[in-house]
Ligand binder design. Structure first.
Ligand code: ZN
Length: 190
């Protein structure tokens, strides 16, 4: 399948950060955008390296609304289908919880039946191939980017920025590489 990669939020989207975890100068340790984009870019690199097609919703230089993300997706999906391709929408995120050090692990979310099948396959693949964090069972969610996109769609919350042990992983390049590699392998095996 051909991925349409969404990296979730613009650089300065308010509130999307590792609240409660700061460096010595008082700066927040992680903005969600930076880990989403790092993994998304690595994922698209793997497709490029293997001469396969991958698309981005946006480069995230500006804040793009959910509505616009969906309409961009619809256009890209139409283009892929016009060439007899099979698009899959994947939105990459890092989660936050209002209580520090409480919630852990990743989750694949879906809305449609096809999305559910993909979320289940992805979860199994990640569990069986050494993803660095625990994975919850796939969960149905009424997110706009899952509902109003044309392709079968999943949204992946990689882990929690608001939990120390998850945050350390999300900040590590090794973990980001591994996550992108697992996403790549899972997608090409769909
Ligand atoms: Zn997010």
């Amino acid at each position: 399948m051909t991925p349409i990669i969404d990296t979730g939020h613009g650089y300065n989207t308010p509130g999307k950060r590792s609240e409660g975890f700061y460096d010595t100068k008082g700066r927040v340790l992680l903005k969600e955008n930076s880990v989403n984009e790092a993994v998304g870019n690595k994922l698209s690199f793997l497709f490029w390296q293997n001469c396969l097609e991958a698309h981005f919703i946006t480069n995230e230089w500006y804040d793009v609304s959910l509505k616009d993300r969906c309409s961009i997706e619809n256009k890209i999906a139409k283009y892929i289908k016009s060439k007899s391709g099979d698009p899959v929408f994947i939105s990459i995120h890092a989660d936050a919880f209002h209580v520090k050090n409480k919630a852990k692990g990743g989750t694949f979310f879906y809305n449609s039946e096809r999305g559910k099948v993909i979320a289940e396959k992805m979860t199994n693949y990640f569990r069986n191939n050494g993803y660095g964090l625990s994975l919850r069972d796939p969960k149905k969610a009424n997110f706009k980017v899952l509902r109003d996109t044309n392709s079968p769609a999943i949204l992946f919350e990689m882990g929690f920025m608001t939990t120390q042990s998850d945050l350390e992983k999300l900040l590590s390049d090794e973990f980001r590489n591994k996550t992108a590699l697992l996403l790549y392998e899972a997608i090409i095996n769909l």
